[in-house]
Write a protein that binds this ligand. Structure first.
Ligand SMILES: Nc1nc2c(c(=O)[nH]1)N[C@H]1C(S)=C(S)[C@@H](COP(=O)(O)O)O[C@H]1N2
Ligand SMILES: [Mo]
Length: 161
């Protein structure tokens, strides 16, 4: 008799736990991305790349230099993931060029040598500070290149076959 009550008790607990796990209140606590970038792969397949992917890959800090028009240079520490790692993460094996596009439509095409450079990074912070709305949440950093190569507010990446 005691054993029967124990079994019923355990069953009730299991049912309670299962109900709690599938309830909307618990579902809401699942991690939601705070930003998204569309990656258009070859063959017209578009996927989402988010801050959760960045967390899964892991960020690194690099020093990158922005070449200014007046001939001077500005060096900052940038936190992010290398563009080559992003492509690797989403399973890109071969491509001719990659186009990185901003929310305002500004875009530039990158050849494999630039994409593979460790100084080409999807950055989320500069000198330890998260990027503001003007530059971020994600900015493409291209070490050693002029400002026209540095895409602010990255919205889309297109992988060309
Ligand atoms: N989203 C976005 N990023 C952009 C641009 C733009 O028009 N839109 N212009 C580029 C060019 S041509 C330059 S020179 C720099 C200007 O950066 P600054 O405003 O910080 O000087 O941003 C680059 N990134
Ligand atoms: Mo520019």
């Amino acid at each position: 008799m005691k054993r029967g009550i124990q079994i019923i008790g355990i069953c009730l607990m299991l049912i309670f736990v299962m109900a709690a796990c599938s309830s909307p209140a618990v579902k809401q606590q699942e991690a939601q991305p705070t930003w998204k970038i569309a990656i258009q792969l070859t063959g017209d397949k578009t996927i989402e790349f988010t801050d959760l992917n960045v967390a899964a890959i892991g960020t690194a800090d690099i020093k990158a230099t922005l070449k200014k028009k007046d001939g001077t240079a500005k060096e900052q520490q940038w936190t992010g993931v290398a563009l080559s790692k992003v492509l690797e993460h989403v399973g890109v094996k071969s491509y001719s060029t990659v186009v990185v596009e901003a929310a305002d439509g500004y875009n530039k095409e990158y050849t494999p040598d630039l994409v593979d450079s460790p100084g080409t990074v999807l950055a989320v912070a500069a000198d330890g500070t998260p990027l503001d709305a003007e530059s971020g949440p994600v900015q493409l950093v291209v070490d050693g290149k002029g400002g026209n190569w540095w895409i602010k507010q990255v919205a889309k990446i297109t992988v060309n076959e």
